[in-house]
Write a protein that binds this ligand. Structure first.
Ligand code: GDP
Ligand code: MG
Length: 604
């Protein structure tokens, strides 16, 4: 296929603006899929994707299109649809020369539209704005054109107005792809240089890597090397995606397709890696970095007897998602489990939902935390850790203030787009979350775009829900990684009658310690059963008590009901009471049921 007749593109959009519907229409229009079948969202394959309307794993399809006597090969590279996956979005974008930026004609530009646009803009891609859903009664395409001109500096006459649902004007989208997106700049005579932009695990064939070829040719039988791991593989199969896998003899530079080479798990074919021929090393394509987890949570089986089932479910799911990190962990209260690292909150929720749906696992997920850092001053500690800066993902490893020069917390740059009338309330919410305003701009007469720098840990729990509820659902939010900032962090202990409860130790910002400590004490008070003596629940920082609640004593006497006589009945009751205690954990002389820990530790 001549390179000048190839176009590699992606569709980017805020959730629900019509990315999948447009993809389906393009597939139909080019005859890639049959129009008569029920083609609703062919590219969204996972159940969780259909339910949440987001794409978790990118799907790719090659379309053939005839235009003015020439045949074109249009490679549609689907990108994951959410900010949590923005690393993956930018990797898939690097396989493209252009994007369709889909915006709903009724809702207009939303937070994800902005975030996605800038990923494409930074990658220097041609951006084709597509205003979708013009069939809707409240559609206002002119208003959206003006927003696009104002926010993205794209002349409004470049916008294509369509209805993906009805198929109106979708032809001109194909036309624009051919006219406005340049063919890939590649050289087939150079040695092979292929970008891995996605990978999935197949039980029978191992890893299937989706690749975009920048240089050279690859055929079955070639010996290839991963630039990242330096491992050598023999290519067993190559092919194109239509959108199902279709084996071919070779893949040429400019083409997009799949490759199977006996890689055993997805960590061997990481997104962003470069593949080349053995003995013909090339400069790896720029920008590879391993996706780094930003949200951590403990995961435990509800019942320890399910440990092995849960273990194999986690193993299977991570086979397909190399961005989840897994470490074994154990908690005195919750038993044996794992500490998992995710790219973001949605990533965590999606993983949890897949565990439940696809593997029928019932799990306890603990409140998420973010990776803090400490810059060490004590040379003894530096020796122990072998470096000056350490990452703290477990509060138990939090080094004391006397041993550090500063603590650091991860921050993100958040974009919020909202109808003007909610701006005041939203600013208050952001302030309460320790966010610093960076920018504010009207994108039309009554819509505002706000930019804030947020400490990540302030948005990992219920920020999005609060934002939605105080804006009646109208505000949208998205964020991007913005590094680390200095933070005054402290370790907070929870004590029961003076004894520290290890599983409730948390790292909090100094300004939030009071309110978080108080809330934890109150929650414990609500779910800790009364015992034979009074229990003092305290939150403390070092030796300073910052919150306190009391659980009153309660006399529970199992023998009160039996009137002396029947000794076997008495023994039976005593035995039952003793069995009940097995599930309890003792803190000092206080018995804490597992249930209490679940209630206090679990994500609300
Ligand atoms: P995605 O999240 O961007 O992939 O969006 P979808 O393609 O899943 O579309 C979200 C919803 O909008 C679905 O219910 C679609 O049927 C609907 N939709 C998509 N395109 C149009 C359109 O042109 N007109 C109307 N009225 N609805 C549309
Ligand atoms: Mg979709």
């Amino acid at each position: 296929f001549p390179v000048e007749n190839i176009r590699n593109f992606s569709i980017i959009a805020h959730v629900d603006h019509g990315k999948s519907t447009l993809a389906d229409r393009l597939l139909e229009l080019t005859g890639t899929i049959d129009k008569t079948k029920n083609n609703k969202q062919v590219l969204d394959k996972l159940q969780v994707e259909r339910e949440r309307g987001i794409t978790v794993k990118a799907q790719t399809a090659s379309l053939f299109h005839d235009c003015e006597g020439k045949q074109y090969l249009l490679n549609l590279i689907d990108t994951p649809g959410h900010v949590d996956f923005s690393y993956e979005v930018s990797r898939s974008l690097s396989a493209c020369q252009g994007v369709l930026l889909v915006v709903d004609a009724n809702e207009g530009i939303q937070a994800q539209t902005v975030a996605n646009f800038f990923l494409a803009f930074e990658a220097q891609l041609s951006v084709i704005p597509v205003i979708n859903k013009i069939d809707l009664k409240n559609a206002d395409p002119e208003r959206v054109e003006n927003q696009i001109e104002k926010v993205f500096d794209i002349p409004s006459d470049e916008c294509i107005k369509i209805s993906a649902k009805l198929g109106t004007n979708v032809e001109s989208v194909l036309q624009a792809i051919i006219e406005r997106i340049p063919p890939p700049k590649v050289d087939r005579k150079n040695p092979l240089r292929a970008l891995v932009f996605d990978s999935t695990f197949d039980h029978y064939r191992g890893v299937v890597a989706n690749v975009a070829l920048f240089d050279g040719v690859v055929s079955k039988g070639d010996k290839i090397v991963s630039a990242h791991t330096q491992k050598v593989y023999e290519v067993n199969e190559v092919g194109v995606l239509n959108p199902n896998e279709q084996p071919t003899h070779k893949l040429y530079a400019g083409q997009v397709g799949y490759l199977i080479a006996g890689m055993k798990d997805v960590t061997e074919a990481q997104i962003g890696d470069t593949l080349h021929l053995r003995k013909q090393p090339v400069e790896p394509l720029p920008g590879f970095k391993s996706a780094k987890p930003m949200v951590f949570a403990g995961i435990y089986p509800v019942d320890q007897s399910e440990y092995n089932n849960l273990k194999s479910a986690i193993e299977k799911l991570t086979l397909n998602d190399s961005s989840v990190t897994v470490h074994r962990d154990s908690s005195l209260a919750l038993g044996a489990g794992w500490r998992l690292g995710f790219l973001g909150l949605l990533h965590m929720e999606v993983f949890n939902q897949r565990l439940e749906q696809e593997y029928n696992a019932s799990v306890i997920l603990t409140t998420p935390t973010v990776p803090y850092k400490a810059v060490l001053s004590s040379s003894k500690l530096i020796k122990e850790y072998r470096e000056k800066e350490i990452t703290i993902i477990n509060p138990a490893q939090f080094p004391d203030k006397s041993k550090v020069t500063e603590y650091l917390e991860p921050v993100v740059l958040g974009t919020i787009i909202t109808p003007d009338e909610y701006t005041g309330k939203i600013m208050m919410l952001c302030q309460a979350r320790r966010a610093v305003q960076k920018n504010m701009m009207f994108i039309d007469q009554n819509r505002v775009m706000l930019k804030y720098l947020f400490p990540l840990n302030e948005i990992v729990v219920d920020f999005y829900d609060s934002l939605k509820s105080l804006s009646s659902g109208y505000a949208s939010f998205d964020y991007e990684d913005a590094g680390y900032q200095t933070a005054e962090l402290v370790k907070m202990d929870i004590l029961l009658n003076g004894n520290i409860v290890e599983e409730l130790v948390t790292v909090v910002h100094k300004d939030k310690a009071h309110s978080i400590g108080k809330a934890m004490c109150e929650r414990l008070k609500d779910c800790l059963p009364r015992q034979l003596f009074e229990i003092a629940i305290q939150a403390s920082i070092g030796s300073k008590i910052i919150a306190r609640e009391t659980v009153k004593a309660y006399r529970k006497n199992v023998l009160a009901k039996c009137y002396g006589g029947d000794i076997t009945r008495k023994m039976k009751l005593l035995k039952r009471q003793a069995e009940g205690k097995k599930k309890l954990r003792k803190i000092g002389n206080i018995e804490v049921p597992k249930d209490t820990f679940i209630k206090v530790l679990k994500t609300q």
